[in-house]
Every structure is written in C-alpha cells, then in structure tokens.
Design a protein around this ligand. Structure first.
Ligand SMILES: *Cc1c(COP(=O)(O)O)cnc(C)c1O
Length: 407
C-alpha cells in the first residue's frame, strides 16, 4: 500500500531528538527559542511564537484580539474544522464564505457580502499550500465604507481600527505571494506542524506576527508567550535560572507551549526544507500534472502562477463532470489498487455540528462543486519514482473503470 503522507523521519531526526532528550531540558527552552528565530528569519519577519498546534495558535490570536460573544469571523466553507471550531471556542460566530471558481481559496467578493458591523476577523486559508488573493482581501478591508462599519470593542481593536486578517497558513509554510513568504503576508499568520503537514514537529504550530506600525510586535510576542503559558510572567526555563523563581499570574491563560523535543524535529526539518523537501514536493506535483494533463477528464490544480508559488502541500486533483458518488467510487477503485488517497476537505456546512447550527451546503455551491470532484494524491519526501508511476496508473485506471466500465 502506498500511504498518503508519512512523515520523513531518518537518522538525523532521531539524532537531534535524542540530543534534546539527553540535554536535561525537554519542555520549552533553548531549542524552541532557536526554532522561533529561524522561522522568523525564513519568513522575513521579526517575531514568531511556537505553540503546540495551529489550532491553539489561531485561538490564541482570536483571544488576543478580544473576539467573543456577538462577534463574527469570516472564513471559507471549504476548510478543516479547526479554522471554525476555534471561533466557536471564543463564543463568536463563524460566517462561511464560498470559494473561487478556479482554486480552492476564499472568494473576496463572497467575503465582501459576508461583512457586517459585527465582523472582527477574516481567516483566509491557503488551501493545499496555494496563497489566497491577499491584495484583494487587503484592498477590501481598507475600503472606507468597510472600515467605517468596523466597531471596535477593545483597546486592541481600537488600535487596529479595521478587520484583522488572521491567515490560517496551516498548509502554506514556504509558499510565496508576489515574492513575499507566507507568514509575512497578513497581520497574523499561523502555520501547522502537525504530522501530515509539509514541515512537522509531530504536533505543533507557529504564530507569525506582522502587525502594522501602531503595534509593537515584540510586546505582542511577549504577551502571547504569557497567554500560551497560564498567564505566567516567566516560563519554566527562565524560572530555573539562578534567583529566577519568582513569578506572577497576570491572566487565566492557556497551556499550549511547544516542547524542545518538538523543536528538535522542527529544526532538522527546517534545515533541509527549501533545498530538499520543497524540491521533491514540486517534482511530484509536476509529474502528476504532466501525466494528468494528457487526460480530458482531469482538472489540474493551480500551484504556480505569476504571483503565487505554492508550498506544494496537497495535490488536489479534480475530475470534470462527475458526481460525488462517482468520485467516491473512483476513490474506492484507487484504494483497491493499493494507493491511499484522500479528500481535502469535506466542507464544514456538511458536518452535522455545523448543520445543527443552521449552515446549509446549498449556500456554498462552489465549495460543494470542488469537494464533490476532488481527490488528493500522495505527496511526501520518501515517495519513489516507482510509487509516483503507480499512483498515476491507479488514478487513470480507476477513472476509466468508473466512468467507462465497458472499455
Ligand atoms: C491541519 C490544519 C489545521 C490545524 O492544525 P493543527 O496543528 O493540527 O492544529 C488548521 N487548518 C487547516 C486548514 C489544517 O489543514
């Protein structure tokens, strides 16, 4: 069986994790701080905070901005549950927007229609690693009329005085938009280092701070460090230094710090990310695209345009003119050929919890049209040349079997 997305764990990873384990310091400490610095340098920003998941990072950012009851947060209907669940955790209301026709990202015009005086945040998601249309999103929130609708309720909201752009960049570490890396494209961006993501720490995430000039990003970084550790003014590593035992609790904070064991994996991943991991991922994407562009039924996902370069996270193939049932049959036929594929994602309005809150799939026809025809193919570092050919053949024959059973 060709798996969908196993992590790349080799001698180097094991060696660095072992060093961390034997160093006498396994929770947040020097390795996490080093990882934060290197991530910031990679994204060309000054401040990155590592946390234990992207979900925690997104929630921390929403809470920092004071999002709560009565507020609305606009996000795509087409995303993983984490993006919307964290909004619910804060007591606010997720407002879904439909997708672009050509890619899987949020449609700026759909966002415009969803904005109300209660809108506090927009959370674009770089689906599959392909950056959203950030210029048009920024132009939208800076329009005078949209800005005038914004009704700040906290000091932080008053300081920004417009809708916050919090990008869910769970898929897009290493991607770029108009020559700038994700992490530096919006006010705050959050990466995921979950096991299946491009760069992993087993579980983990990072918050990238790129707030406008009225904010002191360094001060926000310190504030978020405290928020991510029970509102405690010193982390365990600083407390351990000579005479450093005193601390205060300034708020009932959360517990979502990254450990040095996680950071040890991340540092290895980052050190070979551009010249090794991304090169391989792009190669696999290109091989798939070459092979499927020969087929009239295939719709190749966009991943490189004049303005955007994807992180090549998920290869989201679509099959033209098929139903959801036919797509499901094709997936079954691919599995029968010992290849694991996936669907990214089942849109949130199809989920029973979100249905129980009154969201309906019919209201997001583009998201449904994408979802019902989508199949995500295996992309990972250890996928061999033979595996790539096997995946391509499996998909081609599966489509033939389902769509032309008599051939
Ligand atoms: C994986 C993922 C997340 C959550 O990441 P975690 O690190 O697992 O919390 C959020 N959004 C999207 C789109 C994801 O795919």
């Amino acid at each position: 069986m060709i798996p969908f997305s196993p992590p790349r764990i080799d001698g180097k990873t094991i060696e660095e994790v072992t060093k961390a384990l034997l160093s006498g310091w396994i929770t947040t400490g020097p390795r996490t701080k080093e990882f934060e610095k290197r991530l910031a340098a990679y994204c060309h920003i000054d401040h990155v905070l590592c946390v234990n998941s992207a979900s925690a990072g997104l929630e921390l950012a929403l809470r920092w901005f004071g999002v709560g009851r009565g507020d609305e947060v606009i996000l795509p209907a087409y995303t993983y549950a984490a993006t919307a669940n964290v909004v619910i955790h804060c007591g606010a209301t997720p407002v879904f927007a439909d997708c672009n026709k050509d890619d899987f990202n949020i449609d700026t015009e759909a966002v415009r229609k969803a904005i109300t005086p209660r809108t506090k945040v927009i959370m674009p998601v770089d689906m599959g690693g392909f950056p959203c249309d950030y210029d048009s999103i920024h132009a939208l929130i800076n329009e005078k009329e949209i800005q005038n609708l914004f009704s700040p309720a906290t000091e932080t909201q008053r300081r920004l005085n417009r809708i916050l752009i919090l990008s869910d960049a769970a898929h897009s570490f290493g991607a770029s938009y108009k020559g700038k890396k994700t992490g530096s494209l919006t006010d705050i961006s959050v990466f995921s280092f979950h096991a299946v993501k491009n760069l992993t720490t087993a579980e983990g995430g990072a918050l990238c701070l790129h707030l406008p000039a009225d904010f002191d990003n360094e001060a926000v970084y310190r504030e978020l460090c405290i928020k991510s550790l029970h509102g405690q003014t010193k982390d365990a590593f600083s407390k351990m230094q000579i005479g450093g035992w005193q601390y205060d609790i300034v708020e009932p904070g959360y517990k979502c710090n990254m450990t040095d064991i996680q950071a040890a994996i991340g540092l290895v991943e980052l050190s070979r990310y551009d010249k090794d991991m991304l090169v391989k991922r792009k190669y696999i994407f290109d091989e798939y695209s070459k092979a499927f562009s020969e087929e009239t039924w295939a719709e190749i996902p966009p991943y490189q345009t004049e303005d955007k370069i994807s992180s090549h996270h998920v290869y989201m193939l679509r099959i033209k003119n098929i139903t959801e049932e036919q797509r499901n049959a094709i997936i079954q036929a691919i599995f029968n050929k010992e290849v694991a594929v996936n669907v990214h994602f089942i849109p949130l309005p199809k989920m029973s919890y979100y249905q129980s809150r009154g969201y309906r799939m019919e209201d997001y026809p583009v998201a449904y049209a994408h979802f019902s025809r989508e199949i995500s193919l295996p992309v990972y570092y250890d996928l061999s040349e033979d595996d790539i050919r096997t995946v391509i053949q499996a998909v081609k024959s599966a489509v033939r079997e389902v769509l032309h059973p008599t051939d």
